[in-house]
Design a protein around this ligand. Structure first.
Ligand SMILES: C[S@@+](CC[C@H](N)C(=O)[O-])C[C@H]1O[C@@H](n2cnc3c(N)ncnc32)[C@H](O)[C@@H]1O
Length: 382
């Protein structure tokens, strides 16, 4: 099973559009398949040299005929042969500025792959093993943009590798794709960027503000956007569940006076609540730790950590960088924040945020990313 779920052209274009700044000199894809990602790269940066490898000989041959590649070879990237081909590839170690990957995902049950990186052997999923091995070829300051199954970001199997990588790389979940993005494949996929921290701090390869918190271990959280609209103006206390609106977020705590009977958009685990719409202030970063279930209005976002113990850490990180969070609110009428902007802010404090399907902004991600976010943001503000 070679996981031939090739990247649709519009997603490949989105991936290359993430990169800003100088054109990369060398762009590689070590599981190139039919070359969708490299094709998009060659359109965006016509002078970039392309490096293409894949297990599938026929795919590589086809790509060679179609794209002007600097180096192409058929090889098993996870178990490379000690051969001439491998020697040739080793010439690129530490020299590739941009690596684009849609690696094979299939990894049965508990099976894992061993990869050596920085002299340490790591066990991980196949997809993350691809990322890890590709880092050998990354130029200092270069970036890897990988389409990874969401499970990579939350599974125990990959947690250790991500934690180790986060010391040297800023890991950002740029966006998530619809489950239907790939033909015949129902896996939820995240677009994840790995940027070498040293150069991110020097401001060379990334347009994102550098993370000052380089020694933080990554936290994994789920974002839930409330969806209860039109909260009752009157204070109703006969409902079953407390209703939490953005005006109930004050002085770092939640004081809900209204109740409703809806079970829509509920939250029942410890979380950080922030307003989605409205003016942001430091004291609007609120700890939610009620033992009851509550309902969130559509003006509130919940950031749910994986465990209670991580809640305090998360709040601390957010408070430390609340100025950046404030900047993520924008809008001509009422300021608001989108889930994508919140994800980008969280990535800077080493928090990988996953958005479950039901909580996503109503418009499909494809529309968001291709139309350049503005239409989505306008709808969110409305
Ligand atoms: C999901 S497809 C992605 C192809 C291409 N990068 C794209 O975005 O369209 C995964 C590719 O990985 C290749 N592959 C699977 N296992 C591999 C391995 N061990 N080494 C190199 N390539 C592998 C498959 O042949 C397939 O072309």
């Amino acid at each position: 099973m070679n996981d031939r779920h090739y990247t649709p052209a519009y997603i490949a274009e989105f991936v290359t559009n993430i990169i800003s700044g100088e054109a990369p000199e060398l762009v590689a894809d070590f599981a190139c398949g039919e070359g969708a990602l490299l094709r998009a790269a060659s359109i965006r940066w016509p002078h970039a040299k392309l490096i293409a490898t894949d297990l599938d000989e026929a795919a590589v041959a086809c790509l060679r005929g179609e794209l002007r590649v600097h180096y192409a070879a058929s090889l098993d990237f996870l178990n490379p042969p000690e051969s001439y081909i491998d020697m040739q590839l080793s010439e690129f170690e530490g020299s590739i500025s941009l690596i684009l990957l849609n690696p094979p995902f299939s990894c049965k049950g508990r099976s894992s792959h061993q990869t050596s990186w920085n002299g340490i052997n790591y066990r991980s999923s196949k997809a993350l093993a691809f990322v890890l091995r590709s880092l050998i070829y990354l130029k200092p300051g270069g970036q890897v943009i990988a389409l990874l199954p969401l499970s990579c970001l939350s599974s125990q199997k990959d947690a250790h590798v991500l934690e180790s990588l986060s010391c040297q790389f800023e890991i950002e979940v740029i966006d998530q794709l619809q489950a239907s993005a790939f033909k015949d494949c129902n896996v939820r996929v995240a677009v994840v960027r790995f940027t070498s921290r040293t150069v991110a701090a020097a401001g060379v390869a990334s347009t994102e503000p550098p993370s000052m918190l380089t020694n933080l271990s990554p936290l994994f959280v789920t974002l839930v956007r409330g969806s209860y609209s039109n909260p009752p103006k009157k204070i109703l206390t006969s409902g079953r569940y407390p209703l939490i609106h953005s005006t109930d977020l004050k002085r770092h705590s939640v004081t809900s006076a209204r109740t409703v009977n809806s079970r829509r958009s509920t939250i029942s685990s410890p979380a950080v609540l922030i307003p989605r719409v409205g003016r942001f202030r430091l004291d609007k970063i609120c700890e939610y730790n009620l033992s009851t279930t509550s309902v969130l209005t559509d003006c509130v976002i919940a950031i749910i950590p994986a465990s209670n113990s991580e809640l305090i850490d998360l709040i601390g990180r957010m408070k430390d960088r609340y100025v950046d969070l404030d900047e993520a609110y924008s809008g001509t009428c009422a300021p608001y924040i989108t889930l994508s902007r919140l994800q980008r802010f969280l990535a800077r404090i080493a928090v990988c945020a996953v958005v479950p399907e039901r909580s996503r902004d109503k418009i499909r991600l494809e529309v968001d990313t291709i139309a350049g976010r503005s239409s989505l943001e306008q709808k969110c503000a409305a």
